[in-house]
Write a protein that binds this ligand. Structure first.
Ligand SMILES: NC(=O)c1ccc[n+]([C@@H]2O[C@H](COP(=O)([O-])OP(=O)(O)OC[C@H]3O[C@@H](n4cnc5c(N)ncnc54)[C@H](OP(=O)(O)O)[C@@H]3O)[C@@H](O)[C@H]2O)c1
Length: 246
């Protein structure tokens, strides 16, 4: 058994992240902090992880995800971070955003601004430590703006550019920044989608993410086939792309 890993999980009640943590505690002792907005949900996740790894320990923290000062105070209060995940996000319907600017603002706030605030505070901590890894949850939706979800996609696109900047900043150091881009995955976030939407099983997506994170890869598509799909979509000429109903 290797040395205990100190993990910080932001948006710890995320279905994908919960499965990443379950896989992480297999054969690895973790001392972690679970951060979310609902302590009851976090407690259930901590209990589940304790059953899977009795040697591991979990602290629970709730915070206002849009309050920069509260985020800074929270990150200041956690100890050394070996591995941090920033996973929270909400799939607010594009049609809602088009009709109600408060929904547009909510989408940009929770999918772009809030994760960037957490990441900035964590990056500063990793810089002080001189080591550690930050895993940022983007999406394939961030690769090219599409009519069906461009407010959400633009938020994830911001995170992609943000992660790129952090990777540049820490290129000559032992600090690793990993941007993960899941494709459509069966979690609470997608439960309302039409059954015609093909969703990858969450444990499979989490396994792809964990493999890429352990390898320290800068970008991880999960499942990997999405790298190819998005390569094609990104390179479609505009006159073809604009005719597609996607
Ligand atoms: N599922 C997919 O198809 C898919 C595809 C691509 C990318 N992603 C990204 O992967 C990440 C994890 O998604 P998931 O599928 O695991 O989703 P999920 O199970 O629905 O989890 C979403 C997480 O975000 C938190 N959250 C949502 N709105 C919040 C708010 N206003 N304030 C604070 N926390 C909030 C939720 O907290 P509560 O539990 O308290 O609600 C939960 O922890 C997200 O960043 C998502 O955008 C997902």
């Amino acid at each position: 058994m290797t040395q205990a890993l100190r993990v910080l999980a932001i948006g710890a009640s995320s279905g994908i992240l919960t499965h990443c943590l379950r896989q992480r505690v297999q054969g690895q002792v973790v001392h972690g902090v679970l951060v979310g907005r609902d302590s009851r949900k976090l407690q259930q996740i901590a209990d589940d992880l304790r059953v899977r790894s009795p040697e591991s320990s979990w602290r629970i923290e709730t915070v206002d995800f849009e309050d920069a000062n509260a985020i800074q105070t929270l990150i200041d209060s956690v100890g050394v971070i070996d591995l941090a995940y920033v996973a929270h996000g909400a799939l607010i319907e594009q049609s809602e955003c088009e009709q109600d600017l408060t929904r547009t603002r909510a989408s940009l706030a929770i999918n772009a601004l809030s994760p960037a605030l957490f990441c900035e505070a964590i990056a500063h901590r990793l810089e002080q430590q001189g080591q550690g890894q930050l895993v940022i949850f983007g999406s394939v939706a961030g690769d090219r703006g599409r009519r069906s979800n461009y407010v959400y996609g633009a938020s994830k696109g911001l995170l992609a550019r943000y992660a790129q900047g952090l990777q540049h900043r820490f290129a000559a150091t032992a600090i690793r920044i990993t941007l993960v881009k899941p494709g459509p995955t069966a979690t609470a976030m997608t439960a309302h989608l039409a059954t015609s939407t093909r969703l990858a099983p969450v444990d499979k997506v989490a396994a792809c993410i964990e493999k890429g994170v352990r390898a320290g890869r800068p970008v991880v598509y999960a499942p990997p086939l999405w790298a190819l799909i998005m390569l094609v979509i990104m390179h479609l000429p505009r006159f073809v792309f604009n005719r597609m109903k996607i």
